[in-house]
Structure formats: structure tokens, C-alpha cells
Write a new protein. Structure first.
Length: 134
């Protein structure tokens, strides 16, 4: 993955986060219970956190101070992790609205969370020996 694609994914995830956050703030109060609304907002929060993480990756890429393979791994882990973590929370919290059988998604949420953590671990190991020190 190159910097241009990381920037594009950052923009897509950011736009989705804003749109879903607005939907959650203005369209769901009468459709779901307060606890389901909180679950939805948790998905939005983590989507935003990882939008910023993707922006960080775009700013670091390419740089002689980071291993671009590990940085790309972080990007992929954050993208897939956000899809699984936040996406499953959205679907689970809206089950009364859409009526789909989504109970099977319960285990998907922690898998997505593990992928998000994996992205941060990959970022931890991405600095090279050329990285500046203070």
C-alpha cells in the first residue's frame, strides 16, 4: 500500500465516521434503546480513533525512519479491525431496526479488537535504526 492509498482510506474512514456519528446522534434516539445507542457510539469512537491512526501512518509513509512493510501491516490491521469491530457493533446495536439475525457477530467484535491491537503492535515495531532520537 502506498501513501496515496493510505490517505484515501483515511478520508473514506473519516467520512464514514462522521456520517455514522451524525446518524447515531440525530437518527437513532427513537429507534433503539439507550444501551444500544451507546454500543453504536462505541463503534463510531473506535472508527474515529483509527481514522487518526491511518492519518499518522500516511504522515510516516514513506520515511527512512519506518519499515514500510510493518507500517503497511498496521494500516491493513486497522482497516480490517475497524470493519470487524465497529461494523459488528453497528449491526448488533441496530438489530431491532434491521431485523437481521446478527447474533453470530458477537465473537467478531473481539477479533476486530485484536486486529486493532495488532496494528498498534506492528506500529511499535516499525521504527528502523534510522529513526531519529531525541
Amino acid at each position: 500500500m502506498d501513501q496515496r492509498n493510505i490517505i484515501r482510506w483515511t478520508a473514506v474512514l473519516g467520512a464514514l465516521s462522521v456520517g455514522l456519528g451524525a446518524f447515531g446522534a440525530h437518527g437513532l434516539e427513537t429507534l433503539v434503546t439507550p444501551d444500544r445507542l451507546e454500543i453504536f457510539h462505541t463503534g463510531v469512537r473506535y472508527s474515529f480513533y483509527h481514522t487518526f491512526a491511518l492519518g499518522l501512518a500516511a504522515a510516516l509513509y514513506p520515511s527512512p525512519s519506518v519499515d514500510t512493510r510493518r507500517l503497511a501491516a498496521s494500516v491493513w490491521l486497522w482497516l480490517i479491525g475497524t470493519l470487524l469491530f465497529s461494523g459488528s457493533l453497528y449491526l448488533l446495536s441496530l438489530r431491532e431496526v434491521h431485523g437481521l439475525p446478527v447474533g453470530f457477530l458477537g465473537p467478531v467484535t473481539p477479533i476486530g479488537g485484536l486486529l486493532l491491537i495488532g496494528g498498534w503492535i506492528s506500529l511499535f515495531f516499525s521504527p528502523t535504526k534510522n529513526a531519529a532520537s531525541v
